[in-house]
Design a protein around this ligand. Structure first.
Ligand code: SF4
Length: 302
């Protein structure tokens, strides 16, 4: 393992490749990255980097987002088949049809969507900024929030506004069960429950804190508590334990492992750096429209 890590670090430096990774990546992948963050922070890191080549250790929509925000630069994916089933559950054609029926509505698209869907959306959001963005939209307009119905329900409650939703959810977070949390609370009564808003509303009701991966990480670091039941993908344990090695983390469900995120390995990263593959491109007409929705998110969130 030491040899491959060394080789990645050397080749990355030699080729001026900026490697960004999501918190759900394997621990060893996070450790070779130049930047680790949630999907919003990754988008900003790609956009603000000066490197000509950006390597994205994350699922396909994350690499597409980097390609949209960094025209003229090369965006690589170490495993282009790493995808997000929730993102793939919605198509641009469905949104176009919806807009024909609701011409005055605003389409708010979670970044977990394909580029073609972003291109027909008015503004993007992530779990860390969705409520902030929706609060700034005209109050008299109908809003369609896509594609995560759980995140939509959470945001609607927070901002006190009805949202039209698309019937989809994350296959990793949605199955987290309230009975599992209640059982864990019996075993660890002192533990705080921290969950991602992609979990079901009933699970969110049991939580001490609901937030994005970056929000959960920040909460644990700042909290005086020592025990936490964590309702998000297990990859978040690595940055938390790096920052707070004494804290006791309990995964809310043993199924909180995203196989697509975990399909990226050090070997694939080394191969991607060596071969400069796989280059992720987005057709210009889609890229330009999708960039407007992403840039609107960045301006409303900052
Ligand atoms: S954790 Fe869920 S939302 Fe995130 S990439 Fe995996 S399937 Fe998609």
């Amino acid at each position: 393992m030491k040899d491959i890590i060394q080789e990645i670090l050397e080749k990355k430096k030699l080729n001026d490749i900026y490697l960004i990774a999501h918190y759900y990546q394997r621990a060893e992948v996070q450790d070779v990255a130049d930047f680790v963050g949630d999907s919003y922070a990754m988008a900003l890191a790609a956009r603000n980097s000066r490197s000509e080549i950006i390597l994205v250790a994350g699922v396909d929509f994350m690499a597409e987002t980097a390609a949209i925000l960094c025209p003229g630069r090369t965006v690589l994916s170490p495993e282009p088949s790493a995808t997000c089933p929730m993102a793939n559950s919605i198509t641009a054609e469905q949104i176009v049809r919806y807009k024909e029926e609701h011409p005055d509505s605003i389409i708010v698209s979670y970044v977990n969507t394909p580029a073609a869907v972003k291109a027909v959306s008015d503004v993007c959001c992530t779990s860390s900024n969705a409520d902030r963005i929706i609060r700034q939209l005209p109050p008299d307009k109908e809003i369609l929030f896509i594609p995560d119905q759980n995140l939509a329900a959470n945001v609607a409650k927070k901002v006190g506004r009805n949202l039209d939703v698309f019937p989809s959810c994350c296959p990793i977070h949605d199955p987290v069960d309230i009975e599992d949390i209640k059982e864990l609370k019996k075993r660890f009564p002192q533990a705080q429950v921290l969950v991602h808003p992609e979990c079901k509303p009933a699970v969110l009701e049991l939580a001490d804190y609901v937030g994005s991966t970056a929000g959960i990480l920040d909460y644990v670091i700042k909290s005086k508590a020592m025990d936490f039941i964590i309702g998000t993908e297990c990859g978040i344990f690595h940055p938390i334990l790096k920052a707070c090695p004494d804290k006791n983390l309990i995964l809310a469900s043993e199924n909180l492992i995203c196989p697509n995120m975990k399909s990226i390995t050090l070997e694939k990263i080394l191969n991607s750096i060596t071969e400069k593959q796989t280059v992720i491109t987005v057709p210009a007409e889609i890229r330009e429209k999708a960039a407007l929705a992403l840039e609107k998110m960045i301006s409303l969130a900052s």
